[in-house]
Design a binder for this molecule. Structure first.
Ligand code: NAD
Length: 339
């Protein structure tokens, strides 16, 4: 029997997770929830996703707009084994009692505090920790990028210390109410919240993070300086290590990818759904090794990087795959991430 998955909140993350669930051989999408009629609700209905009304939304408003809905989220929850909460930041915690009353397992996103779940999750880093669990939190986009890179660097070379400067996008492309539209905003708290978040996955990771927000919607960019315990002979070894690992894409220098605009142009040219880039993106000519000091850039597509992790989290919670490698193999095949 496939696991029955409901997605509560059909925004940036929820709509992508719903599409990904619908491609899995061992899962079935039983519903998605929106609060108001909108173009996204219309697309959910056109895609044949059972649509339900969440929050303070009203069934009659959807029907007045000509959008078919099957009822409220309480009805959606009755049809599911697990709910992927993709409501806005901090709202997942408010929803938690409803999921518990419905005896549902629940996945939360990175906008929630870690204590909303039994474990914070990244498929490459700690898949076994989520096996059989009822409440799992998929860490944020930036932390997902850090956790993936940490999985590679810790295992191969050991990490003595790690400093990351996160150059953060101001808003997602469809968000019109966020900024800045002109200016650079430092986050004065050091470390920024990203280092403690990465330590919810790797508690002993010696990492510190600083962050600035810049007026772009395309991606985040991490500037990394890592002191390795057992440095390899050359930067090529590090590049090979990333290349051998799923969910990394390394651009060659001859590809002339100058920055995030070309990364997403590449994704669009590949005809990936929505032009998404679910892998960590590195540049061959952006990886430098000087003794034990490794420096590298990586770009993170905030809208999509956590999508495969949500799928792997479901697999772990229902023991559908015994280890991260086997779950990642299925997820990446179905989402077109295997090169
Ligand atoms: P979003 O605002 O794009 O989508 C949230 C959706 O939930 C909207 O469609 C909204 O209408 C709906 N909603 C609001 N209240 C609801 C309710 N009571 N019941 C059902 N639906 C409701 O937000 P998002 O960017 O998709 O973020 C969702 C979560 O994912 C947050 O925790 C966020 O921190 C995390 N996340 C976001 C990004 C990103 O860059 N967008 C990246 C990684 C993780």
């Amino acid at each position: 029997m496939p696991v029955r998955v409901a997605v509560n909140g059909f925004g940036t993350i929820g709509k992508r997770v719903a599409d990904a669930v619908s491609k899995q051989p061992d899962m079935v999408l039983v519903g998605v929830a929106k609060t108001r009629p909108s173009f996204e609700a219309r697309i959910a209905a056109e895609r044949g996703y059972p649509l339900f009304v969440g929050g303070d939304g009203r069934v009659e408003d959807f029907r007045a707009a000509g959008i078919t809905v099957e009822g409220t989220t309480d009805e959606m929850f009755k049809r599911a084994d697990v709910v992927v909460d993709a409501t806005p930041d901090k709202m997942g915690k408010e929803q938690a009692p409803r999921y518990e009353r419905a005896h549902l397992k629940a996945i939360y996103q990175g906008g929630e505090k870690p204590d909303v779940a039994e474990v914070s999750f990244n498929a490459l880093a700690n898949y076994p920790a989520a096996l059989g669990k009822s409440r799992v939190r998929v860490v944020s986009c930036n932390t997902t990028g850090i956790a993936r890179a940490a999985s590679v660097l810790r295992a191969r070379y050991g990490v003595e210390r790690w400093e990351v400067t996160l150059i953060r996008r101001a808003a997602d492309p469809a968000e019109t109410r966020k900024g800045p539209v002109n200016g650079i905003l430092p986050t004065f708290q050091i470390p920024s919240h990203h280092a403690p978040d990465a330590q919810t996955i790797f508690p002993d990771l010696p990492i510190t993070t600083t962050a600035v927000v810049v007026p772009t919607t395309l991606m985040h960019l991490h500037v990394n300086h890592v002191r390795l315990r057992r440095p390899p002979a050359s930067a090529s070894d590090v590049i090979a290590a990333f290349q051998e690992t799923p969910r990394f894409h390394i651009f060659r220098s001859w590809e002339r990818v100058e920055g995030t605009p070309q990364v997403l142009e590449f994704a669009r040219d590949q005809l990936t759904p929505r032009g998404d880039m679910m892998k960590n993106v590195l540049w061959e000519n952006g990886v430098h090794l000087d003794g034990a000091d490794l420096r590298f850039f990586q770009a993170i597509h905030q809208e999509s990087i956590v999508v495969p992790e949500n799928i792997d989290a479901i697999r772990a919670m229902f023991n559908l795959a015994p280890d991260g490698d086997s779950s990642i193999a299925v997820t990446d095949m179905t989402l077109g991430l295997r090169s």
